[in-house]
Design a protein around this ligand. Structure first.
Ligand SMILES: *[C@@H]1O[C@H](CO)[C@@H](O)[C@H](O)[C@H]1NC(C)=O
Ligand SMILES: *[C@@H]1O[C@H](CO)[C@@H](O)[C@H](O)[C@H]1NC(C)=O
Ligand SMILES: *[C@@H]1O[C@H](CO)[C@@H](O)[C@H](O)[C@H]1NC(C)=O
Length: 487
């Protein structure tokens, strides 16, 4: 899930009633979270961090319906842990589920949703976790296509202020792609110290949307720390997977023309010729203004760029009333999906919070924090171009998988293909050859690759690929982890 890029749009969305604060839900009282099964882990090299973990079991343990276990509220959940990474006043929430197949051998994957400011709980309860929240928001059902079928998966809420992650110090700054890098590194170090057997398993970071900002930066930080650490302290980072990502605002801007004004998706065009002519003319000017903002990141210049690009390239689509994350559906419900309201309701219930080990001090659940989103705006985080971080990963032999649902508008496949068809790394000539001349088909759509970089389209999927195409998404994920071709 990615929040809209330009401030004007964020304001206009609030006006049409998609703000989280407007979801009419009652808050239920919290229960005492004190629990004897909770363990706190520390690490001599990370004295400012600790990890609080609470085990949960796949086996339904409670016959007491007033106090359900995690697997009672989340059918299909495997054993694992929920807990917090603590750093001073900061507390990062995570839920971990071991693989349904072979937890001793299957890879370890950290999943991060985007935003910025959106919770990884939508990844868990809508996309690829062991259970999916029902439409009513009163219960969940087993997800037969969970990515836990093939890997052990962490779902982590970051930065502070997102989902169930919180700080007890209101002065803590929460904004920025770089904010959580050090904490995520510490998280993995603490994890591997407590569970040294998992060090032999390949580790990947996966996510979507603004994950195109987070993941290249976090993964590069891990590589940098590995390069100055003895082998026994290194994190076995093997790959990253990024779905419908935002890497470069300038490079991806022109795609806001292609999606609604051409038939590249197979269900276009969505806007009339007059509007599209105007948009086509606005593309070079928007790119120029964005480049000016990158070169001189003064609020006046960047404000002009975001006003112009937002009004000329994004608003015409937004005004159609279509879903920003799926051009084939109307924008219906919070963040354009009715299930987002159900997830919010589900995660605000006392029994679910308790079963998922959520701290009493953690705020009432909100899928995307407007406050965190604004803090990212304030520090010009959207301007960060993460292409060079991706190139660095490729050069250090970290495998990179880019997958994109073709019905997304906000971080669409046209923009992603412009990014990767021009990414400056040593494999570019061959990658571009594959992209232009050697696309291959698989059950989800088309794919191509060169060396450590793979790209896959998922036809008919929106921004949240595992939600729209669960079978294909799991197949793609499994093939990637197994280093096999897509078919
Ligand atoms: C909702 O979840 C329950 C399990 O808690 C399941 O039995 C039921 O079939 C689900 N309903 C729908 C509509 O999927
Ligand atoms: C809260 O955070 C601010 C800014 O990081 C820091 O200066 C201050 O000492 C912190 N207060 C407490 C009580 O930790
Ligand atoms: C768009 O493409 C689809 C699939 O190729 C095709 O069926 C449809 O007729 C096209 N629409 C227009 C307006 O050309």
């Amino acid at each position: 899930m990615r929040n809209l890029l330009w401030p004007k749009l964020v304001a206009s969305l609030a006006a049409v009633g998609t703000s989280a604060s407007q979801i009419p839900l009652t808050e239920e009282p919290l229960r005492d979270a004190s629990d004897p099964s909770v363990r706190t882990l520390t690490h001599a090299s990370h004295p400012d961090h600790s990890l609080t973990i609470k085990p949960h079991s796949a086996i339904s343990s409670s016959s007491n319906s007033n106090n359900p276990s995690l697997s009672d509220v989340c059918p299909g959940a495997t054993s694992g842990y929920t807990g917090y990474l603590n750093s001073g006043s900061k507390h990062f929430y995570f839920a971990y589920f071991e693989s349904r197949a072979s937890p001793k051998d299957d890879p370890l994957v950290l999943w991060l949703n985007g935003g910025p400011g959106c919770s990884s709980m939508s990844g868990l309860f809508m996309e690829l976790g062991p259970c999916t929240v029902n439409d009513s928001g009163d219960s969940a059902r087993e997800n037969p296509n969970s990515w836990t079928n093939a890997a052990s998966v962490f779902f982590l809420d970051q930065p502070i202020g997102v989902g169930f992650s919180y700080s007890t110090n209101t002065s803590d700054v929460h904004g920025g792609t770089f904010a959580a890098s050090e904490d995520i590194y510490a998280f993995m170090r603490l994890w591997y110290q407590a569970f040294p057997e998992s060090r032999s398993l390949p580790f990947s970071i996966a996510g979507e949307s603004y994950g195109g900002h987070y993941i290249p930066v976090f993964a590069s930080h891990i590589k940098a720390m590995n390069s100055i650490s003895p082998p026994e302290d290194q994190i076995p980072l093997e790959s990253v997977l990024i779905g419908n990502g935002i890497f470069s605002d300038v490079k991806q801007a022109s795609s806001y023309y292609d999606i609604p004004c051409t038939n590249v998706t197979g269900i276009g065009p969505l806007l009339d010729d007059g509007m599209c002519e105007k948009m086509a003319a606005a593309v070079p000017r928007c790119e120029l203004l964005m480049e000016a903002c990158h070169a001189y990141p003064d609020p006046l210049i960047c404000g002009a760029s975001s006003d112009f690009c937002g009004e000329e390239l994004e608003m015409p689509y937004v005004r159609t009333g279509r879903n920003y994350y799926d051009i084939s559906t109307p924008c219906d419900g919070y963040l354009c999906y009715p299930i987002m309201i159900a997830i919010t309701k589900f995660l605000r219930t006392d029994a679910v919070r308790t079963a998922f080990g959520v701290d009493e001090k953690a705020p009432k659940f909100v899928e995307c924090s407007d406050k965190v989103g604004r803090e990212f705006q304030k520090v010009n985080d959207f301007l960060i171009d993460t292409r060079s971080y991706v190139a660095d990963l490729l050069h250090s032999e970290v495998r990179v998988m880019i997958y994109v649902g073709t019905y997304d508008w906000i971080c669409n496949f046209v923009g992603n293909e412009r990014v990767f068809g021009s990414l400056e790394w040593k494999g570019l000539p061959d990658f571009r050859y594959q992209q232009e001349n050697n696309k291959q088909t698989w059950s989800g759509g088309l794919w191509w690759e060169s060396g450590p970089l793979r790209y896959a389209r998922i036809n008919g999927a929106g921004h949240m690929v595992p939600w729209d195409k669960p079978v294909e998404a799991l197949k793609m994920f499994t093939a990637w982890l197994d280093k096999k071709a897509l078919d």
